[in-house]
Design a protein around this ligand. Structure first.
Ligand code: ASP
Ligand code: MG
Length: 420
């Protein structure tokens, strides 16, 4: 069994879906994980935001645009304006959720997950039916019935042990060897839909690969493989041919957009190689990620936007020490806030964290614990691994630095607003 994952960009149009069909041609033992088409997840996030703010009509208008976008792909693929019953059913469920839900702020993540999951439910329905129509017999798998996750909405982990029998059972006695399932989604023990974090479809594919002991996993992307920097931001990006699991985890964790950080562990545990391959040309080798690839020596630039810098100081001026750290980090965990950089001095602890809806609640809770907190919104985190003076000067020294942290091989800076 092989596992292929197609991201949103690779199925953003009818041509993309036809290309997927071309890539899977001749495969008889394949699990295909598909993300939401194009920018559908962003559009569904907008639906959720309207709902959060009581703007039901705007939410319904946004859904209408999402439906039209999918309709145009479907009519192009089928060569006529057909209706796919399951797609219509999914969209009507989504509309009903928006109409019927009385939103409560404490359930934000639950409703977010319930709404954004429709992107993958619809995309996989279209892909599965199109493959069936074009001679690839396959079975559509509802990953909410196979992936058991924890209750951590918007950032769930899959319980591999609990999911294994369910996934295997879903594939047994189907009479087909090709399966199509949603990336990014699962269900919590209470049955509610969960999502695995933005860009989490890679992780879904890795868990499937782990459970099915796949011979390999491939991620089909709009780049030639893993690059040493985001080519949209840094102009001299180059491709890396091979990477080991450890370097990949480090890179993904620092914010490199190669692969979701949760992806590597399920693969590493079963020693399954991961290929990152260009969907435009299946003859190109892409990048291989495995246990034995040499350590990367090339400079790598990673840029993370949408960060918040918190500087925490205890009000009684006692030093920020171990027991204070424990209080601070347990609050970060309680509000599910992700820390990307930690920098401490005698009296201050600076944290560069991912933007979240709960930052102000965290600050309130910290204030109640006798900490003063200074917050700077909209900062950016730049990491340069294997850095040299020239790169540092080119990308970091011109900017307004709020925090700088370095060791002999890498440097990380928090910037107010980067201008490259
Ligand atoms: N559709 C989701 C997202 O855009 C998951 C994914 O693409 O991996 O974040
Ligand atoms: Mg996506």
């Amino acid at each position: 069994m092989k596992v292929y994952k197609f991201g949103g960009a690779s199925v953003k149009s009818a041509d993309g879906v036809r290309n997927l069909r071309h890539i899977v041609d001749g495969e008889e033992n394949l699990f295909i994980i598909v993300s939401a088409m194009g920018k559908t997840t962003n559009a569904l996030e907008a639906v959720f935001t309207h709902m959060q703010n009581g703007r039901k009509q705007e939410a319904l208008d946004e859904i209408k645009r999402i439906v039209e976008y999918h309709d145009s792909i479907i009519s192009d693929l089928w060569g006529a304006p057909v209706r796919i019953e399951q797609v219509d059913m999914l969209f009507s469920q989504l509309r009903n959720i928006v109409i019927d839900t009385t939103y409560r702020a404490s359930d934000a993540e639950l409703w977010y997950d319930t709404i954004v999951a429709f992107g993958e439910l619809v995309s996989t329905t279209v892909v599965s039916q199109y493959l069936n129509k074009t001679g690839v017999d396959n079975r559509w798998i509802d990953m909410r019935t196979t992936f058991v996750t924890n209750q951590r909405h918007k950032d769930a982990y899959v319980d591999i042990k609990a999911s294994e029998p369910r996934l295997k059972e879903a594939l047994a006695n189907t009479g087909v060897g090709v399966f199509v399932g949603q990336g990014f989604i699962g269900a919590a023990p209470d049955g509610t839909t969960t999502t695995l974090g933005r860009e989490g479809s890679d992780y879904s594919a890795a868990v499937v690969a782990n459970i099915l002991d796949a011979e390999s996993m491939s991620v089909w992307k709009d780049v030639d493989g893993v690059l040493n920097a985001d080519p949209k931001i840094f102009h001299d990006a180059v491709k890396i041919d091979a990477l080991n699991y450890l370097d990949t985890i480090e890179l993904a964790y620092s914010g490199a957009q190669i692969i979701h950080p949760k992806t590597i562990k399920p693969l590493q545990n079963k020693n399954i190689p991961l290929y990152v391959r260009p969907f435009g040309d299946k003859s190109k080798p892409g990048t291989v990620i495995n246990a034995t690839a040499p350590h990367v020596e090339l400079p790598i630039l990673i840029y993370k936007r949408n960060q918040v810098l918190l500087t925490i100081r205890s009000r009684d001026f006692s030093f920020v020490m171990e027991e204070k750290f424990a209080v601070i980090f347990s609050l970060l965990d309680r509000f599910r806030i992700k820390t990307n950089l930690i920098n401490n001095s005698a009296v201050d602890l600076s944290l560069c964290v991912e933007y979240s809806w709960h930052i102000d609640e965290l600050i309130k809770a910290l204030n109640a614990e006798n900490f003063n907190v200074e917050k700077i919104d909209n900062v950016e985190l730049l990491t340069i691994r294997n850095y040299n003076k020239e790169l540092y000067q080119k990308y970091a020294s011109q900017q307004e630095l709020l925090v700088r942290q370095s060791n002999p091989t890498s440097v990380r800076v928090v910037l107010r607003e980067a201008r490259f």
